[in-house]
Design a protein around this ligand. Structure first.
Ligand code: XMP
Length: 429
């Protein structure tokens, strides 16, 4: 293993992820582990140079106080105890805190600043090979950042022992399924099963207008398709997953209650009992992107904006019809193209079009029309809990409107959504 590591033991402080990030920002790898880890388990982790014990407000869990085992206090690995048994107050100033961490990490633990993506990738390749041996791994590859980076990492580690399944549910953005095939099958020479599920998903969704019902149908059908593909393949023992560190935090730990459940494996039948391979589970989102870039994935994949799992299905409002689905896909492609051309691509957090189930009267070539309208939304946010509206230049909006109304079939009107979150959500459904 190439990297030294500082282990943060989770005694319930909500700032543990922040501490791990601060240590990584010093160039030293850091992982968080549960408080009930045994000394043997701790020693089995690679290159542990030091431990941080950070006791916080959740140290009493389910009515009982929690602590790490005495053997860990007694072992020879240097430990920093903060806010813990009253030993050492944690410096509150940013600079003092950094100095305290630097002193612990470099002087007391003698850790080397050798955390970088090349070393991370080299270590993960070795760990994946150890875990998988000569067995086969299956991965659902949506083309989103996390699944794409896991795919690239697994391809590097085990090549053709990996089978990627890409399900095109017909609700992806323009060009996305093609890009997945091009990058992974053509350029990386991966085993890629491309499933054209367009009719199947759209048939299931026909006439369903209620947003949560649409989400459920899309999720359930996805699992069914993936399961069918898994059964066609022989001897799969592992399931690759793009779990990243924020997913784990949101799912709750032994000391912090779940914010939301994490349903990546979402209901695969029990007889398909795969062991998970989750090489990104300790990475924050920006680190996942850096990893993808180091693995040679294109920027358009690594830096792409967030996109909901149910895809355009929740942007084609109400009951999905094929004509409106095409209109939302085409108008979204024009919006993305114009934002990229005008320097807004990396600046705006999320931008897309939505199409309501609403026609309005218009005029085209001196004839009365009755056609759909398209809504443009462009928002900025830090955590998606609140959002502000991007101040898109008016002449650009007019240009995009002119393009959409002339190039997208069946659309005669374009609206710009000025609503912040709250009161609106980011998506319309
Ligand atoms: P809202 O609309 O709740 O969206 O303000 C916040 C963020 O979450 C995304 N979003 C989803 N992502 N499945 C997802 O994976 C979903 O069903 C879903 N609904 C919303 C949305 O795009 C925004 O980034």
């Amino acid at each position: 293993m190439k990297q030294d590591m500082i282990v943060v033991l989770d005694l319930g402080s909500e700032e543990n992820p922040q501490i791990a990030r601060e240590i990584r920002s010093l160039g030293v790898y850091s992982e968080i582990h549960p408080h009930d880890i045994t000394l043997a388990e701790l020693k089995a982790l690679p290159n542990v140079k030091g431990i941080i014990l950070n006791g916080g407000p959740n140290r009493v869990v389910d009515g009982a106080a929690i602590d790490v085992a005495q053997e860990i206090y007694d072992c020879d690995i240097p430990a920093l105890l903060v806010d813990h048994r009253g030993d050492a107050p944690w410096p509150t100033g940013e600079q003092e805190r950094r100095t305290a961490l630097e002193n612990f990490v470099f002087t007391i633990c003698d850790a080397k600043p050798n955390w970088n993506m090349d070393n991370f990738i080299a270590d993960q390749v070795e760990l994946i090979r150890q875990q998988v041996g000569d067995k086969k791994v299956l991965l659902a590859l949506s083309g989103g950042v996390d699944s794409s980076v896991v795919a690239a990492l697994l391809i590097k580690a085990i090549g053709k022992q990996l089978t990627c399944v890409h399900v095109n549910h017909g609700l992806l953005r323009k060009g996305e399924p093609e890009q997945v095939v091009k990058v992974f099958r053509d350029e990386m020479d991966a085993n890629l099963v491309y499933v054209d599920g367009v009719d199947r998903f759209l048939d299931k969704l026909a006439g369903v207008a209620e947003p949560e019902k649409k989400r459920k149908i899309i999720g359930a059908e996805f699992i069914r398709v993936f399961e069918e593909e898994a059964r066609k393949l022989d001897g799969i023992k592992f399931l690759g997953q793009g779990t990243i560190y924020p997913d784990i935090i949101e799912s709750g730990t032994k000391t912090v209650k779940a914010v939301k459940s994490h349903h990546n494996v979402g209901g695969l039948p029990e007889d398909l009992d795969f062991e998970l391979v989750e090489p990104l589970k300790m990475l924050f989102k920006d680190e996942v992107r850096a990893c993808g870039k180091a693995l040679g994935l294109p920027d358009s994949m690594v830096y792409r904006q967030p996109f909901p799992g149910p895809g355009l299905g929740v942007r084609c409002l109400g009951a999905i019809t094929r004509d409106r689905l095409e209109a939302v896909r085409e108008s979204d492609a024009i919006l993305r193209e114009e934002f990229a051309k005008n320097g807004l691509e990396g600046k705006v957090w999320q931008y897309f079009t939505a199409i309501p189930d609403l026609k309005s009267v218009g005029v085209r070539d001196n004839r009365r029309t009755e056609e759909w309208c398209v809504i443009i939304r462009a928002v900025n946010t830090v955590d998606a809990m609140t959002a502000t509206v991007e101040n898109v230049p008016f002449d650009l909006l007019q240009h995009i409107t002119a393009r959409i109304t002339s190039e997208v079939k069946g659309v005669n009107r374009v609206l710009f959504d000025l609503t912040t979150k709250p009161t609106g959500t980011i998506e319309w459904e």
